[in-house]
Ligand binder design. Structure first.
Ligand SMILES: C[S@@+](CC[C@H](N)C(=O)[O-])C[C@H]1O[C@@H](n2cnc3c(N)ncnc32)[C@H](O)[C@@H]1O
Length: 338
């Protein structure tokens, strides 16, 4: 780790002011307009409100907004509607569209099901179908502020020019490859003391590369707070490019990965969050050692699970996670032998 780059006094002052502003902002009451409230989304109301408030009050046009993993576009619309009412910026003078949005737009079985439930009499989507027409139509009203990159984000990240990012909303890090590609391109372009990163999938049981990356970069971020599954950070120091050109899930041993994973824990993680982290850790152990070690770790989570199963019957059970770990293991074996 590069400990030598210390934040400047100017950055420290900026950091303090911005920390205070964000802490006030997160607690500020705002009622989203009906369209934003009712729009189908995989985020909670609190998460949507925070994106809207960031664009409305925090954003000062010092960099772009990186908005990745849109599904039907609620993050883009929250940012866009917020920007339209933001008193600090002159949208007409902007050289570039401030919201840079990325979406693959291809239905997984789960997404197809969700969309069919939203439009029961109109659409019959299947796995593999494109949902981009729905997304384009949903975010049309903010198209003058938004550049939509359709397709695989890894492809686009190799093409887009360097830029600064004042806000980065990450709901796209669903594979280790996408994680590496986003972290290596975007994190060195954050503005120290200013840029906010929203890790929408942090408190999630199945994407352990996110925890490893944030643990590895602990000294470059200050954890601020959690909104539902999202953890929110301020960037504290310039992130050197060479530091993040890595394969976060593959380049570390199990011991190193577990240490980084532990370093990433938010200071105020509640018991339910801890349960989800333990599930993610089980996948990490299965990936780095063997499936039996991973299952052994997951078996140890049963008492935690039982505590929540009554009050949150929808949560992922230990058995579901063991099945999921077995499936991942089989697909890894299959790709290794092909
Ligand atoms: C959990 S959903 C996003 C939910 C959305 N932020 C919301 O609040 O409703 C993740 C999205 O990432 C997109 N995605 C996954 N892999 C991608 C990739 N390689 N490039 C671009 N988008 C991708 C998926 O198509 C999906 O829409």
């Amino acid at each position: 780790m590069n400990n030598l780059v210390m934040p400047s006094l100017e950055t420290i002052n900026r950091l303090e002011a911005n920390r205070e502003e964000l802490t006030t902002l997160v607690n500020k009451e705002v009622r989203l307009e009906r369209k934003l409230r009712n729009m189908p989304s995989m985020q909670t109301m609190k998460e949507k409100e925070f994106l809207y408030k960031l664009a409305l009050e925090y954003y000062k046009g010092q960099g772009l907004i990186f908005d990745a993993g849109l599904y039907l576009g609620v993050s883009t619309l929250c940012f866009g509607r917020g920007l339209k009412r933001n008193p600090h910026i002159g949208l007409k003078n902007m050289l570039q569209k401030p919201i840079q949005s990325f979406e693959l737009g291809i239905c997984t079985a789960g997404i197809a099901n969700k969309i069919n439930q939203i439009y029961p009499d109109i659409l019959k989507m299947r796995e593999g179908d494109s949902f981009l027409p729905i997304l384009r139509s949903n975010i049309k009203e903010v198209q003058s502020l938004t550049r939509l990159y359709e397709g695989d984000i890894c492809h686009w990240l190799q093409k887009i020019p360097e830029a600064l990012y004042e806000i980065a909303f990450l709901d796209v890090l669903k594979t280790a490859t996408v994680n590496d590609s986003v972290v290596s391109k975007i994190f060195p372009s954050l503005i120290p003391g200013r840029s906010v990163v929203i890790q929408q999938d942090f408190i999630t049981p199945n994407l352990p590369w996110i925890q490893i990356s944030m643990g590895y970069l602990k000294e470059y971020f200050e954890y601020l707070f959690t909104r539902s599954a999202s953890t929110i950070y301020l960037n504290t120091k310039k992130i050197p490019k060479e530091l993040v050109s890595k394969k976060f899930y593959d380049d570390f041993t199990l011991e190193e990965s577990l240490a980084l994973f532990a370093q990433s824990y938010p200071s105020d993680l509640d018991e339910f969050g801890q349960y989800k982290m333990e599930l993610a850790k089980g996948l990490l152990i299965a990936y780095k050692t063997d499936i039996n070690q991973g299952i052994k770790h997951l078996e140890g989570c049963r008492s935690q699970y039982e505590k929540f199963a009554q009050i949150k019957p929808w949560i992922r059970s230990v058995d579901d996670q063991i099945n999921y770990a077995r499936l991942l293991h089989l697909s890894l074996e299959a790709s290794a032998s092909s």
